[in-house]
Design a protein around this ligand. Sequence first.
Ligand code: S3P
Length: 436
Amino acid sequence: MTATRSGPLKGVLRAPGDKSISHRALILGALASGVTEVEGLLEGEDVKRTAAAMAAFGAEVERLGEGRWRVVGKGGFSEPADVVDCGNAGTGVRLIMGAAAGFAMSATFTGDASLRGRPMMRVLKPLGEMGATWMCRAGGRLPLTLQGGLLKHVAYRLPEPSAQVKSAVLLAGLHANGGAEVIEPEATRDHTERMLRAFGAEVDVHEHGPERHIILPGGQKLNGIKVVVPGDPSSAAFPLVAALITPGSEVTVEGMLLNPLRIGLLETLGDMGADLSVTNVREEGGETVADVTARHSQLVGVDVPPERAPSMIDEYPILAVAAAFADGPTAMRGIGEMRVKESDRIALMAAGLTACGVAVEEGPDSLTVVGAVRANHGVKGGARVTTHGDHRIAMSHLILGLASDEPVAVDEPGMIATSFPGFFDLMRSLGAEISA
Ligand code: S3P
């Protein structure tokens, strides 16, 4: 797919359902007793894998219509008859391993080449402390077989800020003697805690400065509910940044999730001088949502506070694109976790931006976008970018191409469907020129 310099982008759209919340709705629905109905589910490849996995663990999972799904949970998991393939989804496999560890059965997990390269010890370590055992490839990689059951309480301090690890421990804690406690030095997205409460569980959170202690008392039961999934801010980021960097543009994303632990990108773009307005703020399904409008803006470079990283960890690739069009450097520090996402996102953004004529400085856990290397500050573009099958690397570079002097192409556009099915049609409806 190739993106070409485009005229003003104009329009109003709804972002696809939030990926984090969609995975959790299916998993908690399968762990619960009774019927869970989900509206606005993200029908991306990652979430469809989780839906199939929940059926494999014994839940009844049915698609009722666009984004409308019903899960009939049996109050627990039963042993899957075959290998559970989570595709590209780190969230899917890590949360499902946590949930499965609570039951006396074994399950074998695998995924695509990207997922098989990603670290699983971060989840296996706390599950092991609770009593689960496993066999896996060297370095804690998939495929792996997990044996669960008879778990005991753990009080686990997260060594890295990870909502996936936190969630895996809490889900295992549902069936552990005495429950579980997670201590996070920095707050990460709290959708699991919110949704556990919505399904009827008690979750106690104590704040000690920036540190959070999340306590799930033992012996709790979940009951099916109705879940309305808000628009994904990590997907909305692409059309919004496209509008900011493309002259004459004005784009509104309706129904975007504004959970305080997910709005780091909006805060950072605000610091950079972006013309953003947030209207129609409302509560939907226990989360705050709003309509967000972005208009073309001359951005200025900033130092992004490292403590903001957990609230925008998936948004740094598209922030780096915005930064390429800003006056002055943008420094992104404390982002080492980006190296263990669907790809090494620091390395791939540095390579892609460099190929498009943007000066960058890469550090072990940092990326500074210095700016366009040419005197007139325009971004040259004119590259074919290697994405290593990473959806966010692909979308980020296509957005870059909409405002570059020369077209920008990406090698594996099909992967975009893991998180943002309909990306191409939606961007084209705004006036973006993206073609095969
Ligand atoms: C997610 C947590 C983050 C994020 C991922 C979704 C979640 O990962 O990058 O896309 O839904 O819990 P980490 O937990 O590895 O930070």
